[in-house]
Design a protein around this ligand. Structure first.
Ligand SMILES: NC(=O)c1ccc[n+]([C@@H]2O[C@H](COP(=O)([O-])OP(=O)(O)OC[C@H]3O[C@@H](n4cnc5c(N)ncnc54)[C@H](O)[C@@H]3O)[C@@H](O)[C@H]2O)c1
Length: 324
């Protein structure tokens, strides 16, 4: 089997999650050959994890992504460093003499201008595959609902509603996620997943956005280098799409007491579909058959080799609740 060598840039929570996932793909030829991170405790945790996963040889360790690229040790780079570092790292990878395919954690960058520059640079290297890690669409209940919507069962999609009610942002290395300048803001850091899903369900692009959000409960008593976090903890957002459909996001990050941290509803002219992540349930009902015709489907995917429980909040006891 052909080997695919992966290098991980940034081995905090998500980098180590990728390390674990890739270790479960060893039988498919995935090899984690190198890792880089400027924060020695993250590197140490990643080396310990590699030991416990039985990786042999252990990945080679670098403090900077440029050394990792120059080593020639990998074919694919997974970028899982903080959002504000993505632009520089991506440009370095794309412009490197040696071609490297890229999986970059969401969001691509923190500004539209930087995203556009990265996309332009990537177009000039057509031999590279560049993918953004917006993985919510692969969660079994969401994937099932996408399949139902795309099959046309619900008819033309008119209304999409996504509710995420969950626990606050966890602490990250050097508290980078407490400030908009680093993350791009809560509606980007947390909600790019939801806007991506809205586009998939609508099958269209957004033309107008209305939003209202606030800092009401979380992080108000935290101070880092004299600064109080400026990230919002709740919001309502309405998005209008170019085919006339509309999406609504309802985000609350001080709602630990929920059964499903994501509830998605898609209503078309013929029927309605719902996905409940964490229960992994999908419900579908048609206008013609009414409430008695509503079907409940348990969603699963046998291809999933490892179901991550690693980084979930103590308040969240089932899978698909990654900390973000
Ligand atoms: N897809 C998802 O569901 C999901 C979930 C959580 C986080 N994320 C994304 O993953 C990325 C990392 O988040 P995290 O939760 O792992 O944060 P983290 O703070 O746990 O880890 C980030 C790591 O990157 C390192 N780092 C900082 N600057 C670096 C650089 N220039 N080069 C290499 N490494 C560098 C830090 O030292 C740290 O170890 C972010 O972009 C975040 O938005 C995605």
């Amino acid at each position: 089997m052909e080997e695919m060598r992966y290098g991980l840039v940034g081995v905090g929570h998500m980098g180590r999650e990728h390390l674990t996932n890739l270790a479960h793909l060893r039988s498919e030829g995935a090899v984690v050959s190198c890792i880089s991170d400027p924060h020695p405790p993250s590197l140490n945790l990643a080396v310990d994890l590699s030991h416990s996963l039985g990786l042999a040889p252990l990945p080679q360790v670098f403090s900077g992504h440029r050394e990792l690229l120059d080593s020639g040790l990998c074919d694919v780079v997974v970028v899982s460093s903080p959002n504000m570092t993505h632009f520089e790292i991506l440009m370095d990878i794309i412009q490197h003499q040696k071609p490297h395919h890229i999986l970059v954690e969401k969001p691509l960058c923190t500004t539209v201008q930087d995203c556009q520059k990265v996309m332009e640079a990537a177009k000039r290297r057509p031999e590279l595959l560049v993918q953004v890690g917006l993985e919510c669409c692969y969660m079994p209940p969401v994937a099932k609902l996408i399949e139902i919507v795309k099959s046309g069962t619900l008819g033309q999609v008119q209304m999409i509603s996504l509710r995420e009610h969950r626990y606050p942002f966890p602490v990250k290395v050097n508290n980078w996620n407490r400030f908009n300048i680093n993350t791009g803001g809560t509606l980007l850091e947390k909600c790019c997943h939801h806007f991506d899903l809205m586009r998939l369900f609508a099958g269209a692009n957004p033309v107008r956005v209305m939003a209202s959000g606030a800092i009401d409960v979380n992080h108000k008593d935290e101070v880092y280098n004299g600064k109080v976090p400026d990230i919002i903890d709740n919001a309502f957002v309405i998005v209008e799409f170019d085919n006339g459909s509309r999406g609504m996001l309802d985000l609350c990050m001080f709602a630990e007491g929920v059964r499903n941290n994501k509830e998605i509803s898609v209503v078309g002219e013929l029927g309605k579909g719902e996905a409940f992540v964490t229960e992994s349930i999908v419900r579908v009902g048609m206008r013609k058959t009414g409430r008695r015709g509503v079907q409940t489907i348990k969603a699963s995917d046998r291809r999933i080799k490892y179901d991550s429980f690693t980084f979930i909040s103590p308040a969240c006891s089932t899978s698909y609740c990654r900390e973000q």
